[in-house]
Design a protein around this ligand. Structure first.
Ligand code: MN
Length: 334
């Protein structure tokens, strides 16, 4: 049985029914977000795990190796209960994938898509090709936590501060604090429901967006200083690069590289912003952002990655210049 489940339909209810049935049977449910989880992936995982636990399921929440949380997310309620992928059963009753655009984004846990008795895929990436047995995939949803909130409603789990904190973190992160075009009237409706529980949304936002070690200023000055503007490429391209090794020189973990693109994407002469992030293994993790005219999900997919129209990425194993050449080729001339 393979069912596609756009949200807001009875098929969403059907996914909730599958999960409710599993919970009532005290089934073993393994939940995971994508590799190198962000606030949406982790918030979705922790909130749905807690909801299913309250309904009686035997829940294991995990994420793919490396089993290291970004410092910006270690405060999320429930992270202390996360277990490494090596600690989850190889053939659970139910496997739930959250915020993963493809099986590859599940790393070693992708094997559970086949080994679990049932798999449920909850995601909002436009590039999601459709995988898993039961699918709640809605590219119109601004965040996976929105779909999880629907599932919790379907499960009859009341929102409290613990759940709302996880959901709000994902919602604020994936909408850029409700600035991005993916924000809809019902996005603010959900935010209002979450704030109604009494969560400290200002503290959540400060932890997510406005907290960095002093060394970040040093790294930013170097990375911003080497930025290149190519107005003739596509609708304009601005790009720069850094690496986990360079972050370490400034006393920073590699995850601090993720915030660089938020500065680079403010440049008005370029529709597309690109930050190449050198990884420990020598490969490049490439972040793309669009100010609106360019579909960077299409560009990223063409280069082996994925994402959303305004925010996407891909991995590159060859040198930096070849990555930029390939990017220029996809963006084309003016
Ligand atoms: Mn997401």
């Amino acid at each position: 049985m393979t069912v596609s489940l756009p949200r807001g339909t009875d098929l969403t209810d059907r996914a909730a029914a599958v999960l409710a049935e599993a919970a009532a049977a005290r089934a073993t449910v393994v939940l995971t977000g994508h590799v190198q989880p962000d606030a949406d992936a982790l918030g979705s995982t922790l909130a749905l795990a807690e909801g299913l636990r309250r309904r009686g399921a035997r829940v294991l929440a995990t994420f793919p190796d490396p089993f290291v949380l970004p410092a910006s997310l270690t405060w999320l309620p429930g992270v202390e209960g996360l277990v490494p992928s090596s600690a989850v059963p190889a053939s659970p009753d139910v496997f739930v994938s959250l915020d993963a655009a493809s099986p590859a984004r599940l790393g070693e846990l992708a094997a559970l898509l086949e080994r679990a008795a049932t798999s449920v895929v909850v995601d909002h990436h436009a590039s999601n090709p459709g995988f898993g047995r039961v699918r709640v995939v809605d590219p119109g949803a601004p965040a996976t936590v929105v779909l999880v909130a629907d599932l919790l409603d379907g499960l009859g789990v009341a929102l409290d501060q613990r759940l709302a904190t996880c959901l709000y973190a994902g919602l604020a992160a994936d909408t850029g604090s409700f600035r991005f075009g993916n924000t809809r009237p019902d996005t603010h409706g959900l935010a209002a429901r979450l704030l109604d529980t009494g969560i400290d949304h200002a503290a959540i936002s400060q932890r997510l967006f406005d907290t960095a070690p002093f060394g970040w200023l040093g790294l930013l000055s170097v990375v911003a200083g080497r930025a290149v503007l190519e107005p003739e490429v596509g609708a304009g391209l601005v790009w720069t690069w850094s690496s986990t090794a360079e972050a370490a020189e400034h006393g920073l973990p590699g995850e601090q590289l993720e915030a660089l693109v938020d500065v680079v994407r403010t440049i008005q002469e370029a529709d597309v912003a690109c930050v190449l992030k050198g990884q420990d293994d020598g490969s490049w993790s490439v972040s793309l952002r669009s100010r609106g005219a360019t579909d960077v999900a299409r560009v990223a997919v063409a280069l082996g990655g994925g994402g959303h129209r305004a925010a996407a990425g891909f991995s590159w194993t060859a040198d930096r210049e070849s990555a930029i050449r390939a990017l220029r080729g996809e963006l084309g001339g003016r």
